[in-house]
Design a protein around this ligand. Sequence first.
Ligand SMILES: Cc1cc2nc3c(=O)[nH]c(=O)nc-3n(C[C@H](O)[C@H](O)[C@H](O)COP(=O)(O)O)c2cc1C
Length: 536
Amino acid sequence: MTAFQEPVRAAAQTSVQASAQASAEASAEASAEARAQASAEARARAAVEQASGAGAPHLAEPGRPAPLDGAPPFGTPSETPSVLGGPGAAVGEGDAPSFSVRALTGFPEVRPGDDIAALIAAARPGLADGDILIVTSKIVSKAEGRVLAAADREAAIDAETVRVVARRGTLRIVENRLGLVMAAAGVDASNTPSGTVLLLPTDPDASARAIRAGLRAALGVDVGVVVTDTSGRPWRSGLTDIAIGADGVAVLDDLRGGTDAYGNPLTATIVATADELAAAGDLVKGKAAGLPVAVVRGLGRLVGDRPGDDGDEGTERGTGARALVRSAGGDLFRLGTSEAVREAVAQRRTVREFTDRPVDPGAVRRAVAAAVTAPAPHHTTPWRFVLLESESSRTELLDAMRDAWIADLRRDGKSEESIAKRVRRGEVLRRAPYLVVPCLVADGSHHYGDARRDTAEREMFVVAMGAGVQNLLVALAGEGLGSAWVSSTMFCRDVVRSVLALPEHWDPMGAVAVGHAAAPPKERPGREPEAFIEVR
Ligand SMILES: Cc1cc2nc3c(=O)[nH]c(=O)nc-3n(C[C@H](O)[C@H](O)[C@H](O)COP(=O)(O)O)c2cc1C
C-alpha cells in the first residue's frame, strides 16, 4: 500500500502565531539600550503554538462555527500585515500576525486522468476565499500520468536533465527542464507503487492554474495554489518542500526599498513566500502520512491575480513558481566544486579580440596568486609577472618589439610587403586592454657542467614556468577574463628587458593579452583522452 492509500486520518493542524510586542516604555526617545531591551522582550513573547485539531475536518478556531463546504465560513480571513519585531513595534496581542495550516483529510489514491480539483472539492475542504492550497506534486504527477516503470529511471533522468550541476558516484544533481536544480532531476521512487517512478508534472504552474480554476468552478472560492516537491539544499542538511508550481499566490515578496523596524533600508530582501508556504504545508502533510494537500489560512494578503492588487506593490502574484528559479546570470553557484574546477580549466581558451571594458587589476592579482602555486623544481619560485597597466607602457613595449621583429624579417630577406602583412597579423597584443609579461627567473637551478644535464635543468624551469602561466590563464578564465599567451617577447628578450627595465636574469616568456572577450571562442571538437594516452 502506498502512503496515499492509507485510511483517512485525523486532520493535522498547526497553528502558528508569531506575536511581537514592544514594551510600552520603548518611547521614541528611549536610549539604544532601552530599545534593545524592548526588542528582547518582544522576541521573548513571540510564541509558536501548536493546536491539535485531531478529528476536526475543518479549521477549528475557538468560538467560531465550523465552515460549510464551498462557503467562506469566517468572512474575510485575517489580514494582519507581517511585522518584524523591533524598537517601536507596537502590535497588540489580538493583532499579532498569525496563520494556520492544516492537512486535508479524506483524500483518495490518485490515478492517471483524475481531476485534482474535483478530488479536493469532494474531500469537503471547507475552503474560504484567501486560503492557500499546498498540493504535493506527486498527486499532480499521478493525475497527469507522469508514471514510468522503474527500469526506465536512468533514461527518465537523462530525458529530464538539461545540465549536470554535480555528480558524485551514482548521485546526480541536475538542472531539469523546469529550471529546478534537484537530485535525479526530480524523478522519484517514493510515494508511488514499487516498480514505478514519478516524473515531475510537465508544467507545474499550469497544473496549479488548473487546480485553482477547478476549485473556483466547483466551490466558488478564490484560493491560491502552490504545487510542491521535496528538495535538498546546498549548505543545509535535511530536505524541505519547495514550490515548483503556483497560481494566485505571491511567490516572491520583494521588500527592497522598504525599511526594517530599526529604520535600516532593505536593499536585498526578497522573501521566497511560496517556498515558505510549501515548507509550512509539509509540516502537516509529512512525507509518509498519506496527506498530500494542506490548507493555509490567514495569509489572504498573498492571494490574488495581479501584482499589487491589494495596493501592496511589493508582492508579485500570477508569476508562477518559475519566478523562483534564479537566472543563470545571477547564480554564483552554478556548479558543484569539482565540476567548477574542471570547467575553469576547459573554459580557458585563447581569446584574440577584446572589448574596451577595462580589466580589474585586482582580478589579475588574484590570478597571479593562483599562478604562483604551480609546481616548480627544487622548491623554487621561478615565476615573475610584469603587469603593463598603463597604455604608454604597452605602446612603448609593442613599438620596440615591432621594430626588432621587422629587423629580424629584413635579415631573413623578406619583402617589405610580406613584412607589413606579418606585422599586421601579429597585432593581437595591441588589441588587448591589459598585458602581462611572464618572466622566468631560474634562481636556485643547479649547474652540472655538462650540456645534457644543464639543458635538462633549464627545461625543467621552463616547463615549471609553463605550469605557472597556465595557472594564470585558468584563473583569469575563472575571473571571466579572456587571454592569449603569445610568444613574441621570447624572440627579443634584450629589447623587452631594456624597455621594461628588468634585471638581466629575468627571461621574458612570451606575453599574455588580457581582456573581456569580444565573442565566445570558436567551438572545437572534444578531445578524447584515450587519443593522448598510452598505458603500460
Ligand atoms: C608558448 C605558446 C606560444 C603561443 N604563441 C602564440 C602566438 O604567437 N600567436 C598566437 O596567436 N597564439 C599563440 N599561442 C596560442 C595558441 O595558438 C593557442 O593556445 C592554440 O591555438 C590553442 O587554442 P586554445 O588556447 O584556445 O586552446 C601560443 C601558445 C603557447 C602555449
